[in-house]
Design a protein. Structure first.
Length: 396
């Protein structure tokens, strides 16, 4: 029996993974009850190695616990965690213009400053979801202020950092339009602001019209400022997981706007990157590939968890919107590989990365030489999959 043969059973399976394994692990091991926020310099067994905090991890965690209240049920314990994270990030130090920091200590003092505009994107995401859960107007105001700051900076290429990714000189990154298409869309919808919705739409259009290369059936991560292709290697770099995630962001936007042609383009692009990014020998989606001619070459052999989780939701959503069998065929491949290699059953969470063949290996060093885990890609995927499976089973 394939995982996709019974949507009702699959929904229950996801609920069990979310509520019996993933969230309990984070609630037990990672909530910083003394200082606020979530500990992400942490081992698979729950050992906390540092209370320093990546700000974008905190802001994504704010999204996760708020989304649990919005999408699963409004449990008091989840709302308490969301509020604790919210209070921590609100009191944490920022840049001189209100820009969000990259790394702070347990008290919110800056260790690494505002060197990544992605932190600002996740601030918009987290604040918007927290506002949905609580009606907190300060959260809305913070999201709107961050939006205004980001719009101004994005108009000046080179005026902002993009850690941990470096944009090549004379280039721009798909990842920027990817994150801001979705967070603008969510904020604009919540605030009923047509200008913000339009800004998200423009980023979604840019992804399909500038970065996507139909003649190559690929979407490189970088393009020149004028939209032309960059020379190798930057112009040949493809991050399949980014594209897969970006396409489901786009499917949400194009569905809300009622644009079937754009939906078809996004579905096609999703399929291209499953085909290009899949490891035919060992299974799983590669983290990045270099594309020369028609023969993509992997750059990093190890498999990260997050591209697999993004594909799970993208494929169920694609099936719901298209009814095409390839979506379920690919879903089953990704599901079976992910659940064979990524869960850590003795503890309850998932490996952040595994070797190419799916065997366990240590996480690579991050600042402070500590492994880093995040309560984001896995729980978000589980929640979103539950949503679409509820609709597919008529129980949404």
């Amino acid at each position: 029996m394939r995982p996709s043969d019974d949507f009702s059973a699959l929904k229950d399976f996801f609920l069990k993974e979310l509520l019996d394994n993933s969230i309990p692990w984070w609630m037990e091991h990672a909530i910083d009850r003394d200082n606020g926020g979530v500990c992400t310099f942490i081992e698979d067994d729950g050992t906390v190695l540092s209370t320093d905090k990546y700000m974008w991890s905190q802001l994504r965690a704010l999204y996760t616990w708020s989304a649990l209240c919005n999408r699963i049920e409004p449990r008091a314990e989840w709302l308490d965690v969301a509020s604790s994270i919210y209070e921590f990030v609100q009191r944490a130090e920022r840049g001189p213009g209100g820009e969000w920091a990259y790394v702070v200590d347990k008290d919110g003092r800056i260790i690494e400053g505002a060197n990544s505009i992605y932190s600002d994107g996740f601030a918009i995401m987290g604040m918007t979801e927290y506002a949905r859960a609580t009606g907190n107007q300060q959260a809305v105001d913070t999201a709107l202020q961050t939006y205004e700051s980001v719009v101004e900076r994005l108009e000046r290429p080179g005026s902002y950092g993009t850690e941990p990714y470096v944009i090549p000189e004379g280039g721009k990154a798909h990842g920027i339009s990817m994150i801001f298409s979705t967070v603008y869309h969510a904020l604009g919808a919540y605030a009923t602001d047509v200008e913000i919705l339009r800004a998200g739409h423009e980023h979604a259009e840019m992804i399909l019209d500038i970065y996507r290369r139909p003649e190559r059936k690929l979407l490189p991560e970088y393009a020149a400022l004028d939209g032309s292709e960059l020379d190798a290697p930057e112009g040949k770099m493809v991050i399949p997981g980014h594209v897969i995630e970006s396409m489901w962001f786009g499917l949400h936007i194009w569905r809300d706007r009622g644009e079937p042609d754009r939906i078809s383009q996004a579905l096609e692009c999703l399929r291209w990157h499953l085909e290009a990014g899949w490891d035919e020998e060992c299974g799983g989606i590669f983290s990045s590939i270099l594309t020369e001619g028609q023969d993509p070459k992997r750059v990093e052999a190890n498999k990260l968890m997050w591209p697999q989780t993004e594909a799970l939701y993208a494929l169920l959503l694609a099936y719901e919107m298209s009814g095409e069998q390839w979506c379920l065929d690919w879903y089953d491949r990704v599901h079976e590989w992910a659940w064979t290699h990524l869960p850590v059953p003795e503890y309850g969470e998932w490996h952040r990365q595994v070797a190419r063949d799916g065997s366990a290996l240590p996480d690579p060093p991050t600042p402070g030489n500590h492994p880093r885990k995040e309560p984001f890609h896995l729980p978000r995927s589980l929640m979103m999959c539950i949503d679409v499976l509820r609709r597919l089973t008529g129980k949404g």
